[in-house]
Design a protein around this ligand. Sequence first.
Ligand SMILES: C[S@@+](CC[C@H](N)C(=O)[O-])C[C@H]1O[C@@H](n2cnc3c(N)ncnc32)[C@H](O)[C@@H]1O
Length: 282
Amino acid sequence: MADAGPDGQGRRVELSGVPETLLWNLYMRAAEARRPRTVLDDPKAVELVDRIDYPFEETFGAPGPLLAQGHALRVRTFDAAVRAFLAEHPDGTVVTLAEGLETQFWRVDNGRARWLGVELPETAEVRRALLPDEERRRTLARSALDLSWRDEVDPAHGVLITAQGLLMYLRPAEVRDLIAGCAERFRGGALVFDAVPRWFSARTMRGEMRTAQGYRTPPMPWGMDAGELPKVRTAHPAITDVREVPPPRGRGFYYGAVAPLMRWLPAVRNLRPTMTAIARFS
Ligand SMILES: C[S@@+](CC[C@H](N)C(=O)[O-])C[C@H]1O[C@@H](n2cnc3c(N)ncnc32)[C@H](O)[C@@H]1O
């Protein structure tokens, strides 16, 4: 990552492979946040996109309003889970695996929670440069698969772990070990994660998901259909409940009426490109 000018503007970000995907997520959040009747209030994401020197549009294309809103509604699903946790555990710890340049902390912070991001070293470097650590919020440069990150978590006031946009990039056995590792250590806690359906995973594995600009989505080896959700419990005996967390209703006919119905219809629920779920440990 190249340095920026003294005003911090125009900071060049050079990432590739899975780490680069964080820029797509950031771009979508910012695009939705800029809309007049937005479903996501995220001024920090807008600020970051403006500060970063990266060819967003040339790489990912113009952010279609449907795509950006869909992404923002998924983000809101995670926000709601974190807010619900903090309402019960105001001094709790939120662990964000693969945090990328997520700006969720600024959307949900209650002024008391502890926040620990766990990121690959190359991404952690970018995040710390753009969003320096603070007293209650820090980034650990470590793979989420190196379970030693658990030793950095203070479990005294409750723990919620999130894995937004991570598990699909891992191999199935890695996903299982990571979920089991969370359940084993954080009894009474929970993991919020998202998953892509099997058809979507298969398309990325064949290299078929690409933008008109030629950007190719990295392979997503782990896919899980909605009907398979109960299987997550078999990863560890401490997992006592696994359920889908529905996204909020959005703007317009599709996200306001069609999408909320889709999860109830077995024939079409797996056509949704992602699903968010929570696994509780006891
Ligand atoms: C799609 S981005 C998601 C970023 C962020 N959660 C968001 O929603 O904007 C994927 C992220 O996974 C991170 N990542 C990939 N493998 C990882 C691993 N083994 N441990 C921690 N982070 C990982 C990448 O660095 C990247 O930030």
